[in-house]
Design a binder for this molecule. Structure first.
Ligand SMILES: Cc1cc2nc3c(=O)[nH]c(=O)nc-3n(C[C@H](O)[C@H](O)[C@H](O)COP(=O)(O)O)c2cc1C
Length: 321
């Protein structure tokens, strides 16, 4: 069985993290990934504290394995963060900024800190802040992210992180991607888009179907997203979400002045809170081109590992041949 030191740090069997998906409900997905030996995650954006507490309790009822609760700065919610530490998940994961003060609070509460970074400067900040795990997220990723490719970013972050385990994210949807990440010096992967198109994920079927049908070129960076998305409440490194194209995505690119934030912002938020939003911003990464069917999460985890083992064995066969 494929195992790296990251597994011991996180208390999991396989070096696979299922990404947090902002406001979209993923309790069933996280439970399935935990059950398959990986690390499940729950997002926290745009949800009330009672809603979040209900999700956390439900996941804890479904699994006694470790999972992560995620926060970002788009926007940062102090009440939800304090409650997260009180709930004591195995780990907090964080994206879009490296908040040293929050890392310390998590550690004081006995909670691991998983820091997602988009460039080397952020990786250096994560090391200085005492992160326990650093996710190097390449620009191929779905959702908010930077522009540097995973292939280029991961080894640079590995060099900066030295003894801190690095996890690769962005564009990884099968075991070949996991094998490549390990070859770059990462100890695991954080997978988003592949798990969005899982049976357990609670987004609209139309969103999943689009992922399966899409070509990598259909997953584009959304320019001028600030016109319709929540603001950053703490300083953040530059980033831009990646999504499948829609009329809104095209309008934000071609005629941003024609998209009224006062009208579209609330519309998008309302749709997202209802578990939808695919008609506006169906976040997805370039790995859509690798995804050909909607599958149970446990099968996705199992195949990621089996395919990675096969890919690594095949590659090792080239040595000395
Ligand atoms: C729909 C969606 C929502 C996301 N929301 C978050 C989030 O709230 N917090 C976060 O840290 N990352 C978020 N991400 C990014 C993931 O953590 C991860 O970096 C990314 O999905 C990996 O790239 P991939 O989609 O190519 O697998 C999101 C990704 C997607 C697709």
């Amino acid at each position: 069985m494929l195992r790296t030191p990251l597994c011991d740090v996180l208390g999991v069997d396989v070096p696979i993290i299922c990404a947090p998906f902002g406001p979209w409900e993923e309790v069933g997905l996280a439970a399935a990934v935990c059950g398959a030996g990986g690390l499940g995650s729950l997002g926290t954006s745009a949800r009330s504290l009672p809603e979040l507490r209900e999700q956390w309790s439900r996941l804890r009822e479904l699994t006694d394995r470790p999972f992560a609760i995620n926060h970002t700065v788009r926007p940062f919610d102090e009440e939800a963060f304090a409650a997260t530490l009180g709930f004591r998940p195995a780990a907090v994961s964080f994206h879009l900024a490296v908040p040293g003060d929050l890392v310390k609070r998590a550690h004081d509460a006995g909670v691991l800190w998983i820091q997602q970074v988009m460039d080397v400067q952020q990786a250096e900040e994560a090391v200085a802040a005492g992160a326990d795990v650093i996710i190097a997220q390449g620009g191929e990723a779905g959702g908010n992210g930077g522009w540097i490719g995973t292939m280029v970013l991961v080894p640079q972050v590995v060099d900066v992180a030295v003894d801190i385990p690095v996890v690769a994210a962005g564009g990884i949807a099968d075991g070949r991607g996991l094998a490549a990440a390990l070859a770059l010096g990462a100890q695991g992967v954080n997978v988003g888009t592949r798990f969005l198109a899982s049976e357990e994920m609670r987004i609209a079927d139309a969103w999943k179907t689009r992922i399966v049908a899409a070509d990598s070129a259909d997953a584009v960076k959304v320019v001028n997203s600030a016109r319709v998305m929540p603001p950053f409440s703490r300083p953040s490194r530059p980033n831009e979400p990646r999504s499948l194209r829609t009329d809104l995505v095209d309008a934000l690119r071609d005629d941003p002045g024609g998209v009224d934030p006062a009208v579209m912002g609330p519309l998008v938020l309302e749709a997202v809170r209802a578990g939808e939003g695919h008609e506006f911003l169906p976040f997805a990464g370039q790995s859509v081109g690798l995804i050909h069917e909607i599958r149970p999460a446990a099968e996705i985890v199992r195949d990621l590992v089996a395919e990675a083992e096969a890919a690594l064995t095949a590659a090792a066969g080239w040595i000395g041949s």
